[in-house]
Design a protein around this ligand. Structure first.
Ligand SMILES: C[S@@+](CC[C@H](N)C(=O)[O-])C[C@H]1O[C@@H](n2cnc3c(N)ncnc32)[C@H](O)[C@@H]1O
Length: 252
């Protein structure tokens, strides 16, 4: 998607979205509810931290719906951040920070010391429980009083092993069917990025940083809600769920 006339960032955004939707067909509805809850909690002009932003998927939807919002995207992946920076180049509402959320000093690179909303999707399952709990403590300090944190992600309730197994089988067969219809999976998407003249070098760096993928603990919605309360949020509970994913909201 890089040609002689430059890189078509929008095409990279769209192919990233299709690849993510292969795993989560409800992804777009999940973003919509996240933004409904942002508006309800902190209004239509929020200062947002797009945590583990990837290509800036949340930021793009935020600004399309709330043009007076501002967003800081944080991520560690040099290839996804290249797409994010290319997409929003020249947009003064948006800035990006390269940081590892497991580094206790990651907040020092942020342009603001407080946010109305911290939003994240399909990302924190990359962290183990201990660093995730530490991160939640830092988020409780970053979100202003009355502000909100939302995490949309895979959260596994291990008190329901049979239901979980049924859901895994259902999801697997849907994905196999979608792949027969031409959907790209994670590995195939990264192969495309590695072949692109602009993304090849940052893609090689991201594989040095992460390997293929980092696997965290994927704790239950109840774990997330409890730890968020223990770390300083006033209330926390799910505001949406699908058979595989939960959108958890914590209010400061
Ligand atoms: C599957 S992507 C999701 C991106 C985006 N939120 C979306 O929904 O399209 C997961 C993101 O989490 C980021 N991530 C994982 N662990 C991280 C860490 N320790 N520090 C910063 N970013 C991290 C990855 O680099 C990647 O961009």
């Amino acid at each position: 998607m890089t040609t002689g006339v430059g890189t078509d960032w929008q095409s990279w955004q769209e192919s990233w979205d299709r690849q993510q939707e292969w795993y989560m067909p409800d992804r777009e509805g999940r973003f919509r509810i996240m933004l409904d809850m942002v508006e309800a909690c902190v209004g239509p002009e929020p200062r947002v931290l797009d945590l583990a932003c990837g290509t800036g998927s949340i930021t793009a939807r935020l600004l399309a719906r709330f043009p007076n919002a501002t967003s800081t995207g944080v991520d560690l992946d040099p290839a996804l951040l290249t797409i994010a920076r290319g997409t929003f180049e020249g947009d003064e509402r948006v800035s990006f920070v390269t940081a590892d959320l497991k580094d206790p000093r990651w907040t020092t690179g942020l342009p603001y010391d407080s946010y109305d909303a911290v939003l994240t999707a399909t990302a924190l399952h990359w962290l183990r429980n201990e660093p995730l709990a530490a991160l939640y403590g830092q988020l409780a300090e970053l979100v202003r009083y009355g502000g909100v944190f939302m995490n949309a992600d895979h959260m596994i309730d291990d008190t329901t092993p049979r239901i979980n197994a049924i859901e895994r089988t259902r999801s697997q067969s849907r994905m196999e069917q979608a792949q027969k219809n031409g959907a790209l999976d994670w590995a195939e998407w990264w192969q495309l990025a590695a072949q692109d003249p602009v993304l090849a070098a940052p893609t090689a760096r991201r594989f040095e940083i992460y390997g293929d993928h980092a696997d965290g603990d994927m704790p239950s919605p109840a774990w997330h809600a409890r730890v968020l309360r223990e770390k300083g949020f006033g209330e926390a509970r799910a505001v949406w769920c699908s058979p595989s994913d939960t959108l958890l909201l914590a209010l400061k």
